[in-house]
Design a binder for this molecule. Structure first.
Ligand SMILES: [Cu+2]
Length: 155
């Protein structure tokens, strides 16, 4: 007798939602949060999205948290002596009428001490902490490849 596996169903449903998704809180718009699928042994993972501030007041992303990670940091990539390395930053400015891209080789949210390794087409919760907009809960879609530009700006 074959039992239907509810995990498969969940994954199919999430898969159909895995195209562009976005969030709005006040003047703040968060586009298509995503993360690349990584092997189980990966010690950390990175989350990416685009922040758009449609208002006339500056905001700052101060940090983030997730139930799947023991520690979450905001990171940027910098050139140091001709090599790219990443380093933690205490905040990322989201200026009025401005747009900040979190994508590979620029800003990213870095999750450490992982309690789960989400697979492609699954989502995991992430809460972004903003100085003005407050806490915004989003879901990060895990995908095998980086989203295309058109997917990123599908709205
Ligand atoms: Cu990093």
């Amino acid at each position: 007798m074959k039992l239907f596996n509810p995990l498969v169903l969940t994954s199919l449903l999430l898969g159909s939602l895995a195209s562009a998704h976005d969030y709005t809180r006040g003047d703040l718009h968060i586009e298509h949060p995503w993360s690349r699928e990584l092997p189980e042994v990966a010690p950390s993972l990175a989350a990416y999205f685009t922040l758009e501030n449609l208002g006339s007041s500056d905001d700052q992303l101060l940090g983030a948290s997730s139930p799947i990670a023991g520690r979450v940091e905001l990171h940027e990539h910098v050139h140091v002596e001709g090599r790219m390395k990443m380093q933690a930053v205490s905040q990322v400015a989201v200026p009025a009428s401005g747009r900040v891209e979190f994508r590979p080789m620029t800003y990213h949210v870095m999750l450490f001490d992982l309690k789960q390794h989400p697979k492609s087409d699954e989502v995991f919760p992430l809460t972004l902490h903003f100085a003005r907009a407050g806490d915004v809960a989003i879901e990060v879609t895990v995908q095998k490849e980086a989203p295309s530009r058109s997917q990123n700006h599908a709205h």
